[in-house]
Design a protein around this ligand. Sequence first.
Ligand SMILES: Nc1ncnc2c1ncn2[C@@H]1O[C@H](COP(=O)(O)OP(=O)(O)OP(=O)(O)O)[C@@H](O)[C@H]1O
Ligand code: SF4
Ligand SMILES: [Mg+2]
Length: 373
Amino acid sequence: MKSPAADPAGAADTSGAPAAPLLSVRDLSVTFHAHAEVRAVNGISYDLGAGEHVGLVGESGSGKSAGALALVRLVPDYAEIEGQVMLDGVDLARLTERELRDVRGRRVGIVYQDPFSSLNPVLTIEKQLTEVVRRHSRVRAGKARAEAARLLESVGVPNAAERISDYPHQYSGGMRQRAVIAMAVSPRPALLIADEPTTALDVTVQAQILELLQDLTSEHGTTMLLITHDLAVVAGITRRVMVMYAGRIVEASSTEDVFTRPAHPYTVALHRSLPRIDERRERLMTIEGQPPDPSRPIAGCPFAPRCSARIDRCTMEDPPLMTVPTARRAAAEGWDRRMIREQDGGALFPGPAAPQLTACWNPPPPAEGSPDE
Ligand SMILES: Nc1ncnc2c1ncn2[C@@H]1O[C@H](COP(=O)(O)OP(=O)(O)OP(=O)(O)O)[C@@H](O)[C@H]1O
Ligand code: SF4
Ligand SMILES: [Mg+2]
């Protein structure tokens, strides 16, 4: 596993004045009105700074994709989106479908798990890349073809000049993902959503694709939201991590803190399920039990049925996001939400300068010698 990433370009504000975030999400909820009503995302708020690389981590079904794709309304008609999404000061909820189509692609690039979902099987890679270039820069065909070739080379497709005439099925999985990344970064989007971009690939190819994403986004100052169910993927790539469980953000902090002193029992469990090279384990530990059914209302903390640190109030009240010291005092002194809010200075949401946040009444005690002991 790589070590947590150093501060990427633009992520830290050294002037003292907080810079306006590139993306500001407030109280975002997504409900699918299908056979049953499924509350996939339940009131999440966060900010992403310009140039930041942030991980969104959680088990399958925790609402990572629904929450990320709802930012640009890439959800079915039967999905209801609530909340506010501001991109560079523009309220995306107020845009028409046509305006939003322009935002997708030009301002927000998306890389999915399966590159085939972004590629047309009956067109050559050259045709598809050229079309993307022309759509966003309106240059002549010859110039667009030259730019397509340059792009394919820049994402490391071997023999790009020859292989550009191939069809997607003639590429390996890693090459297809490289071609999709070339398309996604071609218009130099401000935000790149990478939704499990390496899950379908071999381990060695995974590392190369992650490195490519990191290099390209750092080079262009692109903000990246890297979605994964595998905590190990965000190490070395992102500076911050938001952990999702049952449609909520349950912990948010620096990648380093998530690895060295996780504050939510779910993050601790995710951590334990990582393969270790220093310990010979017969098999991977999994998190016991199942996440809650999102079509049923939840009383109390959604992790309570699986949580070994559960205390009485956990089954009655869903904890809000709070700073870790506040959580410890809230547990010890039985604080209510009003006292938590007063202590933490109002509504808290993860952002570039936010402290370590947890939605747990009873976080693990600080390790000996740790700064918050
Ligand atoms: N189109 C849809 N119609 C109905 N329910 C959906 C739809 N898409 C997602 N859901 C439900 O919403 C919840 C969150 O799904 P989502 O795909 O966002 O999870 P995820 O965290 O991205 O999981 P994974 O790691 O498997 O991709 C799940 O319960 C899922 O079944
Ligand atoms: S609030 Fe309670 S049940 Fe939820 S994670 Fe914390 S200790 Fe566990
Ligand atoms: Mg998903």
